[in-house]
Design a protein around this ligand. Structure first.
Ligand SMILES: [Zn+2]
Ligand SMILES: [Zn+2]
Length: 254
């Protein structure tokens, strides 16, 4: 029945490539169908960009920017770098695409791509715990960084929430919305790096105890890491692994 519903949905809204918008064959079971063959090739090239710190490809690197590390984030899983320039990369078009009605297919695709590195990050954290004499493994849950009300109003969706739910479905970990947004602040886009951090201070509140959890903290794009840092500070979780589709390291000079 669920399958049938999906099928009808795909027929009403025929799937389009998340990279170029081209119509694609309606096969509701295929995650690969999020991208057409030529966008898939470009996407894979973007995934192969190399992290200057660990020399691994970004899609396997787990390096944490120092501002996020300071707040206790131990590993950071990401897929590809992000640029704000119009049509610059498939990554950018995919990220923009998870805000429209074709997003379910794209979200499933991204969750599957992220799951591989997420599992590796969890395994490595468990190895460290065992080495330090912890006998029991930590329960992993999936939470997300709530978007501002203004942002949700604009696009009609909190894409970080949707991505977190897709990741929970893909990995089998529990989706637990641990945070809520209590203040919008001014739009982050207009601010410098230090102003962004100030703007988000007090913007998030913890709604449930996270002390016994390893939290997969999900956002769609990480720009300066100010949001991730604020949320990590508020969460007070046993452990945090940050997860995002894309990230940008561009300097914010106003
Ligand atoms: Zn395409
Ligand atoms: Zn790295």
């Amino acid at each position: 029945m669920k399958f049938l519903g999906k099928l009808v949905g795909e027929l009403l809204f025929p799937p389009r490539c998340a990279g170029c918008g081209k119509l694609m064959h309606p096969d509701p079971t295929s995650a690969e169908q999020a991208l057409c063959a030529s966008c898939r090739k470009l996407w894979e090239r973007e995934l192969r960009c190399q992290c200057p710190t660990c020399f691994l490809e970004y899609c396997t690197c787990r390096c944490v920017p120092s501002s996020m590390k300071k707040q206790g984030i131990e590993q950071y899983v990401k897929l590809a770098p992000y640029s704000d320039e119009e049509n610059a990369t498939v990554t950018r078009r995919i990220v923009l695409g998870i805000k429209d009605h074709t997003r379910m297919r794209t979200l499933r695709f991204l969750a599957a791509e992220l799951a591989v590195t997420v599992e590796a990050a969890i395994a490595s954290s468990e190895r460290v715990r065992q080495k330090n004499g912890c006998k029991e493994s930590l329960e992993t849950v999936v939470a997300y960084l709530p978007r501002s009300k203004r942002g949700v109003r604009r696009t009609g969706v909190d894409q970080a929430r949707e991505l977190a739910r897709a990741l929970a479905a893909e990995t089998g970990y529990r989706f637990v919305p641990l945070l809520k947004r209590v203040r919008d602040g001014v739009p982050q886009k207009s601010l410098s790096r230090s102003e962004r951090a100030m703007n988000l201070r007090g913007a998030f509140e913890r709604v449930a105890d996270a002390a016994n959890y390893r939290v997969l903290l999900v956002d769609d794009v990480v720009t300066t890491g100010a949001g991730m840092s604020q949320c990590a500070r508020v969460l007070q979780a046993a452990e945090i692994i940050a997860v995002s589709v894309a990230f940008t390291e561009k300097k914010h000079t106003k």
